[in-house]
Design a protein around this ligand. Structure first.
Ligand code: P6P
Length: 349
């Protein structure tokens, strides 16, 4: 029976720091660098959290009037987040080089002796900032393959999804949660503002086997391959719930907890798919598989897609295993299509 006094002094829970230290041993060749790197990312996340939360009050919302390597309008917070994460990873000392959505080429940190490289989307979904919709940071970590003491090269970043040593995201939503994996399951940590700490809130996340939520931009429906259209129509027929926030992390996080599927198929404007392989699809796929879910494009598992360039895009279908299996039945019927004048026209087999 908990005494009255004990009720007043309930334990606050496991901090991210303590969790990382406690589980460091389960990570092969653990020598503390990855633990420190995860702490550096968490620190930058705390700073971005503070800036996201006051975005409406200070002049950091809205577009900057510049565009990133993708030719997309940069929001002020995109660039602030980019600066913050690059600085945190530089100062932390565990990362020798970074690929970020906001920069075309490799960012060298000067820590050429460091063991890790990081691919990061500093603030995904940033067009939602001005309307108070959840946004997120997505990160993917590799052990470098080039010799320590030398400058990292593209080979360090183009190792393939299954070579990731850790991946995760920070979701700045109704609360701020950091979710990551090092290949030993998925754990979520909710930020306690008054203490400035992340506390373990979602231990050992497992995605439900099936789900009743599908997430897709139905505005593109008429441009999808017919097999994708047929899958979406089957979701509607089953009276599933259509939920699409327009922020990958928010849709992914809800689907992982409640069961669902997120689809970003090819469209005429993005024939390879819109999402970036290195810092969106790969980390989401690593987390999904670790949580018992699946992530594919219509050819293979996302983690087996061959990386060719830093900012290459890919289609992605990620979520509950049973929903992905159902989608794959529709893929099997697909005919060969080509994109012609922004429409798909069937060619004879
Ligand atoms: P659309 C945000 O720009 C993003 O990269 C993901 O976060 C989101 O799921 C998707 O693009 C939204 O794209 O074309 O549906 O607006």
């Amino acid at each position: 029976m908990t005494s009255k006094v004990e009720k007043m002094a309930l334990p606050v829970g496991v901090t991210l720091d303590r969790f990382i230290k406690k589980n460091q041993g389960s990570f092969q060749f653990a020598s503390g660098e990855l633990s420190q790197l995860l702490r550096d990312i968490a620190l930058a996340g705390k700073i971005i959290n503070r800036e996201v939360n006051k975005a409406g009050l200070v002049d950091i919302t809205g577009a900057l009037g510049t565009s990133n390597v993708q030719g997309e309008n940069q929001q002020k917070l995109d660039v602030i987040a980019d600066i913050r994460f690059i600085r945190a990873l530089k100062n932390g000392g565990e990362v020798c080089a970074i690929i970020t959505e906001e920069e075309d080429e490799i960012i060298y940190t000067g820590n050429d002796d460091a063991k890790y490289v990081v691919a990061i989307d500093p603030l995904d979904g940033s067009s939602n900032i001005d309307v108070n919709v959840s946004i997120g940071t997505i990160f993917s970590i590799y052990t470098r393959v080039t010799p320590r003491g030398t400058r990292a090269t593209k080979e360090d970043f183009l190792q393939g999804g299954r070579k990731q040593v850790a991946a995760g995201y920070i979701l700045y939503g109704s609360s701020t949660i950091l979710v990551y994996t090092t290949g030993h399951g998925v754990n979520g940590f909710t930020y306690e503002n008054s203490l400035g700490e992340f506390f373990l809130s979602h231990p050992n996340i497992k995605s439900p086997e099936d789900g009743k939520i599908y997430s897709v931009n139905e505005g593109n429906f008429d441009d999808f391959y017919d097999y994708t259209q047929r899958y979406i129509m089957s979701c509607r027929k089953k009276r599933m719930s259509g939920r699409y926030i327009g922020s990958l992390i928010a849709d992914f996080h809800r689907n992982m907890l409640k069961g669902g599927i997120y689809l970003y198929p090819p469209t005429p404007s993005h024939p390879q798919g819109k999402l970036r392989l290195l810092y969106e699809c790969y980390p989401m796929a690593f987390l999904a598989e670790q949580a018992g879910a699946k992530a594919i494009d219509c050819e293979s598992d996302i983690l087996d897609v061959t990386p060719i360039s830093f900012h290459q895009r890919n289609s992605i279908y990620v979520g509950a295993p049973k929903m992905i299996q159902e989608l794959e039945l529709f893929f099997k019927e697909r005919a060969k299509y080509i994109i012609k004048e922004a429409r798909f026209e069937k060619i004879e087999d």
